[in-house]
Design a protein around this ligand. Structure first.
Ligand code: 5RP
Length: 223
């Protein structure tokens, strides 16, 4: 199976998994990226069963709208049963690195609001130790050089992702060369640097369920 086929398989598995929650009035949180796009395309087949979605990026909002799925403002809803999103890396504790698509802050906000976070990923995203994928950090532009200096003190090699502006108007720094043995501690430490909006470690609130696409089928991990 190709990587795209594995992404489609986990997207279908995610729709099967959340089907009991696709009920009248329900609002589904939707992530960003190529795997989340597969999920949106599958979810659209059931669009008459639920009220609409919360999007974690402008790109996701557009894809949802193009399918005729109503996109709600997060400030206008009281509860969200489930959030479904991809990841750049996932470990056995269902801690994640996200933000390869620069949508980490909105993704983290939507995940925080959801009762359940279902992560969907092809098998290449599974790691023993997080950090081979450069850790994205969203920063207020005027703080970029300062944050790079502070990140250097924490280890790893921070690199400005040139030419990318987030949906929130901010910059992204990718921290290379990390081996993250305590993801919660590092997530909290990076978020404490003045000028950081948030970082792509989803460890204090990791996934509740991981659907991992492999040649042998979709494997389900519960956190
Ligand atoms: C975007 C993300 C994505 O979930 C992550 O980059 C995975 O993307 P893809 O499904 O395209 O591999 O965090 O900010």
């Amino acid at each position: 199976m190709t990587q795209d086929e594995l992404k489609q398989a986990v997207a279908r598995a995610a729709v099967d998994y959340i089907q009991p929650k696709l009920v009248d009035g329900a609002i589904i949180g939707v992530g960003t990226g190529s795997t989340a796009n597969c999920f949106i395309d599958e979810l659209a087949k059931y669009k008459d069963l639920f009220a609409g979605a919360i999007a974690s990026s402008e790109a996701t909002a557009k894809r949802l709208s193009d399918h005729g799925i109503k996109v709600f403002d997060l400030n206008d809803i009281d509860s969200m049963a489930v959030y479904v999103d991809g990841a750049d890396e996932a470990d056995a504790n269902l801690c994640l690195i996200k933000g390869g698509g620069a949508a980490l802050t909105r993704e983290k906000i939507v995940a925080a609001c959801a009762q359940e976070f279902v992560c969907i990923a092809d098998g290449s995203k599974w790691v023993d130790v997080l950090g081979a994928f450069p850790l994205p950090v969203e920063v207020i532009p005027m703080a970029r050089a300062y944050v790079i200096r502070e990140l250097t003190k924490l280890g790893g090699q921070p690199k400005y992702r040139e030419g990318i502006v987030t949906d929130n108007g901010n910059d992204i720094i990718d921290v290379h060369g990390l081996s993250i043995t305590n993801p919660i501690e590092l997530e909290v430490a990076i978020n404490a640097i003045v000028g950081v909006v948030t970082n792509g470690l989803f460890a204090t609130r990791g996934a509740n369920v991981l659907l991992l696409g492999k040649e042998s089928g979709v494997e389900k991990f519960v956190g």
